[in-house]
Design a protein around this ligand. Sequence first.
Ligand code: AMP
Ligand code: MG
Length: 418
Amino acid sequence: MPSANILNVGTELTSGITADTNAAWLARALGEVGYVVGEIAVVPDDARAVGGEIARLASSGGVLIVTGGLGPTPDDVTRDGLADAMGVPLERRDELIETIRTFFDSRGRAMPASNELQAMLPIGAEAIANPRGTAPGIVARVGGADVFVLPGVPDEMKAMFQTAVVPRLASAGAGVVRWRSLRCFGAGESDMGERLGELMARGRNPLVGITADEAVMTVRIRATAATTTEADFLLGASADAVRARLGPWVFGEGLDTLADAVARLLTQTGLSISVAESCTGGLLATRLTDVPGSSVYFRQGFVTYSNESKESVLGVPAKLIAEHGAVSGSVAEAMAVRCREIAATDIALATTGIAGPSGGSAAKPIGLVYVALADAGGATVRETRLGAHLLRDQVRDRSVKVALDWLRRTLMKRSSPE
Ligand code: AMP
Ligand code: MG
């Protein structure tokens, strides 16, 4: 497959103020038109650095996509860097000034003099129209590579890549790379790796890999093929094989969240839900109601943070709290049972735990969380030790995920009884 390099220009990128999302988007978009990306480089707004990197990355031939630094201010130096790499001076293109002036006219504004800078192009380079902004893109030949320079603003960059770059990529259509992601919860990377076995072999097509993000694991499947249809066929076969091996760990695809998976099952089964929360402080209700259409199944949430509110709002017996402590299986169970009764729902979930950073002890460490699920058959409690190393936000986030995942698995049994 043909190769491409990517260069992103901006001091905001090299200083960590802005995340380089252009690189990720471009790498994927190039893959979809059959290019393998060999290198992604980032340089500050410095003409020498830009020129040096363009020359270096262009020396390997293929295609080089550059983004950023095409604006009208003195820190926009990508044009100068490109001219250096080409070994030619910049020249003023009057026809570009007219295009830029028209852009301002159409918005009822006068063109600032500084925008004339955007009409400067290296001799021998060609301009690409910018349908979304003032900065024209640039196409040039440097050291055997086709270089495309695009604006840094992400939506201008994307529009120009699709409309102007893709049609000019000589070998576009020679092959495609397509991706599919399966979202999983409940297992670690190594457990999943063991189950997937040879599906994860290097060099296999499709290639299967695992990434982890806040306890949600994503199995990414990448297929390379001559056509989209063929790639999708390969992806389908591998996705089926992955699902067969991972079973109920898989809760969805693409950008699905656990709450999305739960939403589908609640809608399908027609069951209603309420929640009583202590350590998660409303986060469980938030996640459940993040999903559009959640009013169909979500009835009510209680945030009973203090012992008094557990007693007065939910009617958890004071004696139970005194005997076992607010963070206990018995209290979680009573919260869930009472919540279900008060809200009159089919299912209720309750959480109580130690989120930290203070309040942990040897017997009840940070990360100790009890989740209870009550339904018509009674209540069940789970004790989870998430780990004392976790930050407060992480304990709360994981508690919500554990609760949602348990609900998901319970609903799965209901919707497809064995
Ligand atoms: P520029 O064209 O370099 O003036 O970039 C304009 C704006 O686009 C910057 O201020 C950033 O907010 C954004 N931007 C530039 N490059 C990137 C990038 N690689 N990833 C994400 N945003 C970017
Ligand atoms: Mg910039």
